[in-house]
Design a protein around this ligand. Structure first.
Ligand code: HH2
Length: 288
């Protein structure tokens, strides 16, 4: 078996929330200079993409006015984009457009609706599945078959985007967005159903609430976000082994190690394809 080069690992997207209220790192990188420093730190740790967001999408998060989101995001995108591929995590067209003008080449869209902007700007697009809005999404979400419903919606949106000329389309099951703990686990367990669409898959489990609940101690108290690295790493590794081409994470250095390990791990014949099999390098070339 030939040795896999580092180029053959799946992609790691580092999370950079320029917000006061994100569920895990809210307030840590709210000052633009600190955000840019954090971006450079993630680049040094091996991040392939830095995902800059100016509005939290956690359940119950406050909607940020466009002007304020632009003020948070644009300077950070402008400072980092000469050094790394930058995506903008937004659901607002004007913010996506301004971020692209500032150097972003990927629109990370938790509403799975901004493909016309990506087509107009000629940049990549991540379509994430979400049920409801930040205000309502965790109010008793129900599905007959969560995996099939997520796949069908994402495949439909991706077809629309590709038809409109978007050059690069990723799909994302939206772990924690209108999903119960069981829905999240089922989506992870059957990730190969999304991979089988042939579209590149990105997965974000990093530090999310379901990991806190799964790791709860005998008193039933959920793990703090700072104690969720083991679950984050385990689920990211799982996703990569099931064929995800990218994981979105807070803890870049540890996840890059996991991605390298997966890239070098021979897998049994007949198992789900890995990101390497599906040409992650091509995605990387699109990026450059
Ligand atoms: N999760 C969050 C935000 N954006 N984008 C994609 N593609 N996939 C995800 O799973 C995803 C996402 C939520 O995490 P985070 O950005 O850390 O928190 P917050 O929304 O509170 O800023």
């Amino acid at each position: 078996m030939p040795e896999a080069s580092t180029e053959e690992r799946a992609l790691v997207m580092g999370i950079l929330n320029v917000t006061p209220d994100s569920f895990s790192d809210g307030g840590s990188w709210f000052e633009p200079d600190r955000a840019v420093r954090r971006g450079h730190e993630m680049i040094a740790q091996g991040a392939d993409i830095v995902d800059v967001g100016g509005e939290s999408s956690r359940p119950g998060a406050v909607v940020v006015p466009v002007d304020e989101e632009l003020r948070r995001v644009v300077p950070v995108v402008r400072a980092l984009s000469p050094h790394v591929r930058v995506s903008v995590d937004t659901v607002k067209e004007p913010v996506a457009e301004a971020a692209v003008a500032a150097g972003a080449t990927l629109v990370n869209d938790v509403s799975a609706s901004l493909w016309p902007v990506a087509a107009r700007c000629g940049v990549g697009w991540v379509a994430m599945h979400r049920r409801g809005t930040a205000a309502t999404m965790q109010d008793d979400p129900r599905y007959d078959d969560v995996v099939a419903e997520v796949r069908d919606l994402l495949a439909e949106r991706a077809a629309a985007a590709l038809g409109a000329g978007v050059p690069e389309v990723w799909i994302d099951p939206g772990i924690g967005f209108g999903k119960t703990l069981d829905h999240n686990l089922e989506l992870l367990a059957r990730l190969d159903v999304l991979v089988a669409t042939g579209l590149p898959v990105v997965v974000g489990t990093s530090r999310k609430a379901f990991l806190g609940r799964l790791g709860a101690g005998p008193d039933g108290e959920a793990l703090a976000t700072t104690d969720r690295l083991p679950g984050s790493l385990a689920t990211a590794t799982h996703a990569l082994l099931r064929g995800a081409g990218m994981v979105r994470v807070h803890d870049v250095a540890a996840t890059v190690q996991a991605a390298l390990l997966v890239g070098r791990t021979p897998r049994p014949v007949g198992d789900a394809p890995t990101a390497t099999d599906r040409g992650t390098r091509t995605d990387r070339e699109v990026a450059s």
